[in-house]
Ligand binder design. Structure first.
Ligand code: GLA
Length: 729
């Protein structure tokens, strides 16, 4: 261990001592301090009983440092004290004009709600605080689950109607977060569209409100439920960053609001758009989890903390999850033109290059010869598979690969037996158009019969066949979200119940088939969020598999999600945008996630096969580092001609650096690439196809690699290279 200065040592010891207990409460001063090695969070009860946020940021160790919650003074009759206090979970009531966390309507039209502290309960790393309206028995439990290893706090709320009258919830948020008062903050968020998801944006926060949301029924291609806020000066390696991600795969909303009083508040939960959720006496509603964390080493650390949280605490199997297998998917090779013989031919070629999981995509079932028919009829097409799926699966298994299957369970083509039998199963407003997108309608999964039908056919497929993996797709968004069979007051609960039933099916399938893995896909990255992550092993990142475009999509994806969840395929060129990049470049881009191959192997040359075989073997050598290590984004495709990423294994033994040149300008060398996350005192053996890289050396110190860096010889357009570093002890 390196020597620590005495003062630093003291702090380290105090935090270590405190970390045995994460949540502290001072009864005398009515405040809580949540503290972890990465961050602290504090709240207090104000004189009237309102719960105030007191602090969110770097780790504190002394509860006595925090001032008790107090009532501010009104500035004017236009600036009441309520507006100046950082209320932790404000109801809409009294003189409060910012975004509320909860808004309700009572049966008699009374809409005033003021929430005050009632009690709390600490149990290990979880804290529950009960609030209640100042008059009525409308109760809210605020849940805090602290993850001490990352400092990330998972917050959600349960809203309960303990009165004798029905109420209707019109806004139910998971949490409000406050960063320290100030100006000049900057918001980072991910936006995009189909085939161009997760593009990173950074913009200054000014007074007013920025709304990030989905009204699409799914989390969506357009905005992803993630944010980061910094004081305006953070970069990948430095600076304070507050970040969060909302765990919901339906209509979500995150508002980032700067008040006139230099408060920056982030509120997130169910989208308030078209939201109306009745609670009869005794009923309750739970909101999705909203994760929030703090990093004081820049956006890079913020991402690494989220990645650690996802792998250890959110995704299936936690730390014991297997490394993502190398996958082949037939979609771009065959589209709907599937035959058993054609799939076998592809499987044989895929096995030769080291593929471990062979996935048959769309076109295998019902009358599915194009996208006009068949969705809903989940039995193998008898012309294409006269003996069912068993012969193909047996062949794939005999080749040493697992078998995976594409499904799109929530959909029906009007031209399907399912729709002919159950036209009432699709969401609709009676007498109104049923808008088709990609010639399909969307089943109302809020209905129990639809839920049962979907579970039953998926369970049967997984029971009757040796299926290791479902690619669960969703190729359209909601329209006319009507539920005419439900009582009028409950029809809008479709938005929430649909998603809960979706999760429920995934949960039940996994419980019943413990080896089954699932990919969340929605025409690419339309359903990438932490809400579905407990039930899926990978996300399909984007239908855009063009390698250069992917650098930006992957950069954005990596802000919020770990590499092991990012499906990334090598496909043929010229790609959708007519660009051609070398096969090695495509492999090196895709190897930074869960590697897949989606090319038409029937068209590959023997040179392609030879290169692919080497690349697949290389990816297997480094995938533990990529998928479970620490990511350092060294050079961004948004701002540089060269993009570089580094992955460092948790034990520090292996590091991998990828570098990609876009377009070189004559005689302009690529910049030196300075590594991060190494031990300056250690030596690293470096292997790279780039012979020039080492200038004769075989080993370099961590200090040199991080301070002087590597000069990759990236001379041509779309040159790409990799260096594998092994720590020499
Ligand atoms: C979506 C998916 C693709 C493919 C097609 C099949 O677009 O994102 O990967 O599965 O559907 O129809």
């Amino acid at each position: 261990m390196r020597r620590l200065a005495p003062a630093l040592l003291l702090i380290t010891i105090s935090i270590a001592a405190a970390s045995a207990q994460t949540i502290h409460y001072s009864d005398a001063r009515k405040l809580w301090l949540i503290t972890t090695p990465h961050s602290s969070y504090a709240m207090g009860i104000g004189p009237q009983g309102e719960l105030q946020n007191l602090y969110w940021g770097g780790p504190l160790w002394r509860i006595e440092d925090l001032p008790a919650a107090r009532e501010q003074k009104d500035i004017s009759s236009f600036d009441p004290h309520q507006m100046l206090e950082n209320e932790e979970y404000p109801g809409w009531g009294g003189p409060r004009y910012y975004e509320p966390a909860l808004k309700i309507t009572r049966a008699d039209g009374d809409r005033d709600l003021v929430l005050h502290y009632v009690s709390h309960h600490i149990d290990g790393d979880t804290l529950e605080i009960d609030l209640k309206d100042i008059r009525d028995d409308i109760r809210v439990t605020l849940h805090y689950r602290v993850h001490p290893d990352t400092g990330i706090i998972e917050r959600w709320s349960t809203i309960r109607n303990a009165t004798q009258q029905p109420i209707t919830i019109v806004s139910a948020q998971s949490a409000t977060w406050h960063v320290p008062h100030g100006d000049g903050y900057r918001l980072s968020y991910l936006s995009g569209r189909w085939a161009a998801e997760t593009q990173l944006n950074r913009e200054e926060i000014h007074e007013g409100m920025k709304v990030l949301e989905s009204r699409l029924g799914e989390s969506g291609h357009n905005l992803n439920p993630w944010f980061a806020i910094d004081p305006g000066d953070a970069d990948e390696a430095h600076g304070r960053v507050w970040f969060g991600a909302l765990a919901w795969s339906g209509n979500w909303r995150i508002t980032v609001e700067q008040t006139p009083y230099r408060q920056v508040r982030i509120t997130g939960g169910y989208n308030t758009f078209d939201f109306s959720y009745p609670l009869a006496p005794g009923e309750s509603l739970e909101t999705p989890a909203f994760y929030g964390g703090f990093a004081d080493h820049g956006f890079g650390q913020a991402s690494r903390l989220l990645h650690d949280l996802e792998r250890a605490h959110i995704a299936p199997h936690g730390a014991s999850a297997r490394l993502r297998p190398v996958l082949y998917n037939s979609w771009e090779a065959t589209t709907f033109h599937i035959t058993e013989a054609g799939q076998v031919a592809l499987a044989e070629k895929a096995a030769r290059i080291g593929v471990e999981l062979f996935v048959m995509d769309d076109g295998w079932f019902g009358a599915r010869n194009d996208d006009h028919a068949g969705l809903g009829d989940w039995t193998p097409n008898p012309q294409k598979f006269p003996h069912g799926l068993a012969p193909l699966i047996a062949k794939v298994n005999a080749l040493g690969m697992d078998f995976g299957l594409w499904v799109e369970p929530e959909m029906a083509n009007p031209d399907s037996n399912l729709y002919r039998a159950h036209p009432d199963w699709v969401m609709n407003f009676p007498g109104r158009p049923r808008s088709e997108l990609r010639n399909q309608l969307i089943l109302n999964l809020a209905r129990d019969d639809v839920k049962q039908y979907i579970f039953t056919f998926l369970d049967k497929l997984a029971t009757d066949n040796n299926i290791r993996y479902f690619k669960w797709d969703m190729n359209r968004v909601f329209a006319e979200p009507g539920w005419p069979e439900a009582p009028l007051a409950e029809q809008q609960t479709l938005w929430v119940k649909y998603v809960r039933n979706y999760y429920d099916i995934l949960r039940r399938l996994r419980d019943k088939h413990p080896d089954l893995e699932i990919e969340s896909c929605s025409g690419g990255g339309g359903r990438v969020d932490l809400g579905v992550l407990p039930y899926v092993d990978e996300f399909w990142t984007s239908d855009n598999t063009e390698a250069f475009d992917r650098l930006r999509i992957q950069e954005g994806f990596s802000q919020a999600y770990a590499a092991r969840f990012m499906s990334a395929w090598v496909t043929d060129v010229p790609n959708t945008n007519h660009r051609s990049t070398p096969l090695a470049y495509r492999f090196l881009v895709a190897m930074q996630g869960a590697l897949g191959i989606g090319a038409n192997l029937n068209k590959w040359s023997s040179d392609d096969f030879a290169l692919a075989t080497k690349m697949v073997a290389l990816s297997k050598r480094i995938r533990a580092t990529v998928q479970d290590g620490d990511l350092y984004r060294l050079l961004s495709p948004r701002t540089n001609d060269v993009t570089a990423n580094e992955y460092v294994a948790k034990d520090g033994k292996q590091s991998v650096v990828f570098a990609f040149r876009h377009a070189q300008q004559y005689n302009t060398p690529a910049p030196a690439i300075l590594l991060r996350g190494l031990d300056p005192h250690a030596l690293y053996r470096i292997e790279s196809p780039d012979n020039q890289l080492l200038g004769g050396a075989t080993q370099l110190s961590g200090a040199y690699l991080m301070s002087r860096g590597l000069d990759f010889q990236l001379e041509d357009d779309y040159d790409a290279t990799i260096a594998v570093l092994t720590r020499v002890d």
